[in-house]
Structure formats: structure tokens, C-alpha cells
Design a protein around this ligand. Sequence first.
Ligand code: ATP
Length: 259
Amino acid sequence: MNGPRITIDVDEKPVVLEVRDLSVSYGKVGALHHLNLKINKGEIVTVIGPNGAGKTTLLCALMGLLPAQGEIVYLGELQGTERQVEKLVRQGITLVPEKRELFGEMSVGDNLLLGAFDRYRVGHRDELETMDQVFDIFPRLRERNEQMAGTLSGGERQMLAMGRALMAKPKLLMLDEPSLGLAPLVIKEIFRIIVQLKKTGVSILLVEQNAHVALQVADYGYVLETGEVSLEGPSSALADDPRVIECYLGLPGKPRLAR
Ligand code: ATP
């Protein structure tokens, strides 16, 4: 039997996700138009763009939550049109949604365990070990293990949402606006952790309105405007592009995050 064919990029990095000619519509209204995007193993790829550009739509389509036209190739395998969330999670794709979607009446620990539910269902019994690894990444969650998720601060909620996604041991982690609603210092901490996660080998698709921070941590970036990619390139090149500076960065001096 043939296993999945892993596409090798010209620079020899295995391609984790390749999206070709992806279009999504809500009824008759098109939200994404013929989008092409690629994520290599261990890379952070960011999609930046203004409100309503189609960023969340892209993530929902990739996660099988919205019907889409075009091709999605994950780990060398062309995905069928009937993409199911559970199957994608099992294959190693997880999404941290913009609204975090935690179970507020449940403890931090139980929210985390839910992230491992699908692995548990197929026979894995390593959830406590994984939880320990998640606590190493987010020590704040270890301290608040017993606390109800609904009582966490905004930054802690984002940490819990990311921790819960990591409980599924993803190969591709998709983050929808992790900076949303957070104070600058908390954003700095969350993005420091995103860089740390990259070092574990997970590939990250980072959707962000905050182009400042996104371009500082990402390897490659796409600018999405009204459902179309208007610019793409290595993040450092995008951060220096006058069009990006004018529309998304604003200030000539770029604040730096510690890597
Ligand atoms: P934001 O940063 O504000 O979250 P976004 O880039 O994530 O924006 P989307 O939420 O993907 O943008 O929306 C893209 C377009 O699709 C917008 O014009 C939006 O109004 C439209 N849209 C999103 N969800 C729906 C829906 N359920 N039904 C109809 N139109 C929708």
C-alpha cells in the first residue's frame, strides 16, 4: 500500500499544508477567492489582513467547518470534499478559535483533558503526561488547574485554549487572532510562547490583525484583503514593504519582541 506522499519544497522542507485555488462563499457572496497558501514543516506562516478580509473563513474552511472549492493537500494527501473536524484533529490539525470557546463551568484541568478526548477514544492513554508538558509550556495553567475556566483572565483563557489544542498533539496548529482583546504585555507573553512552540517542531498557521507581532514571529506571511491574497513573502520582506508599513504597521519604527 502507498503511504502519504510528502511533497518536498525546492528548499528541501517537507510541505505540511498546501492550499490551491481555494474559494469559499456564504450563499451567493464570495468570502475567499482562489487562494493559494503553503506551510512547510516547523514554520510559522501568518495571514494578516483587516476586519472581514476572510481570515476566519479560511481557518473554518481548512478545519472542515465550511464547504470550500479548490484543493487542500495535508501531509501529501489530497483531502476529500467531506472533511470532518474529528478526522482532521486525529490527523493532527487543530484550531484555536478566535472566541477561545472554553467550557467556563469546567476547571482548567478538565478543559485540557477534553483536548485529549479524541486521542483517548482511539486508545491513547498519555493524556496526563501530555498535560504535564502543556503545564511546562504554560506554568500559569498548572497553578490554576482547579480554577473554573470562566474565571480566568483574557490572557489565561488564550493560554488555556492553546493548551487544550496542544493536548491533541497537533502537527499543524491554527491560531485565530491570539492577540485579540489582550493587553500588550500579555500579547508579548503569548507570542513568546508561540515562538517556543515552533521550536517543538509543530507548524503554525497564525491568523492575525496585529501585523506588528505576527510578522515578528512568522517565517512567511500573506496579506489577505477582501478574500484575496494581495501580497506574500518572507515576513521580514513584508515588514519592510511600504504597502504593509502604510496599511498595517503604521509606524516607521517596528517594536521588537524577544525571540
Ligand atoms: P475579523 O478579523 O473581523 O474576524 P476576518 O478576516 O476573520 O475578519 P471573516 O470573518 O472570515 O473575516 O469574514 C469574511 C467575510 O465573510 C466578511 O465579509 C463577513 O461579513 C462574511 N461572513 C463571515 N461569516 C459569515 C456568515 N456566517 N454568513 C455570511 N457572511 C459571512
